[in-house]
Design a protein around this ligand. Structure first.
Ligand code: BGC
Length: 252
């Protein structure tokens, strides 16, 4: 199955590999998303097997877009901050294409995919000017967009602030690990956002990741100057952005 105006996106995360066909005219999933637990250890070969199973289960025979929580340049993963180190230097595009019978695939950073989706269909669609999406999870992912154009692989979560990497002070995992209250954690997030807005002057920050579901508990506590809005697409942004990358021929 593959239909005009539809593309297939797969979001590869630490706990699940999630995928669905996406209607690119609306940004909506065409069917319920399929989720398969991420194999452990999450080596390239193991993930490629899961990706093949997912696409077979969906009965999809067209091109596929995939995300990785890594810098991806010309289809090859270049970093692995929170994933199996075996990914560094892996030609993910060739790996997934082989696993999917030689069909074309597009691979991009997970936060870049979420940013593309939120910029076109979600929280940032009505904002002019530069948009920065940040995903708060195990680490902090980032996407920088201007009028729908993505600057790939920004890795703002790794900017050093006060002698510490941004994600080591303000990822959602830090809140959990140190048992911080929302107020304590929001202080750290505010410091990170202030540093970023002083460098990029975005029109808006979009906050993604699981903790954006509890946005009302911590966004009102932030003291930085740029508006922060929660992501709209929630757990489908990565899938939708991956599908957009297929259509757009985005090959960071
Ligand atoms: C990685 C990014 C990724 C982010 C969210 C960071 O640790 O360096 O590439 O986008 O985590 O998964």
């Amino acid at each position: 199955m593959s239909a005009r105006g539809h593309a297939f996106g797969i979001d590869i995360g630490g706990s699940g590999v999630k995928g669905a066909a996406v209607d690119l005219s609306t940004g909506e999933l065409v069917h319920e998303r399929i989720k398969i637990p991420t194999p452990q250890p999450a080596t390239p070969q193991a993930i490629a097997g899961t990706v093949a199973d997912l696409v077979t289960e969906a009965g999809w025979d067209g091109p596929v877009g995939l995300t990785l929580p890594a810098v991806v340049i010309d289809g090859t993963a270049r970093t692995a901050a929170n994933i199996d180190k075996a990914w560094i230097g892996t030609d993910a595009r060739a790996l997934f294409s082989d696993a999917l019978g030689g069909r074309p695939v597009t691979v991009l950073n997970d936060a870049d995919a979420a940013g593309l989706a939120e910029d076109r269909y979600g929280a940032a669609k009505d904002f002019a000017g530069p948009v920065i999406l940040l995903t708060f999870g195990t680490g902090i992912g980032s996407a920088l967009l201007y009028h729908g154009m993505l600057v790939p692989n920004t890795e703002l979560g790794h900017i050093e602030i006060g002698g510490m990497s941004c994600e080591h002070r303000a990822a959602a995992s830090v809140k959990e690990r140190d048992d911080l209250s929302y107020a304590q954690w929001a202080t750290e997030v505010g410091i990170a956002l202030t540093a970023l807005e002083d460098l990029f002057f975005p029109t808006v920050f979009v906050a993604g990741g699981g903790i954006s579901r509890e946005a009302d508990q911590w966004i009102p506590l932030l003291t930085n100057r740029t508006p922060v809005i929660p992501a709209h697409l929630r757990n489908t942004a990565g899938i939708v952005g991956a599908a957009m990358a297929v259509e757009g021929g985005i090959t960071p």
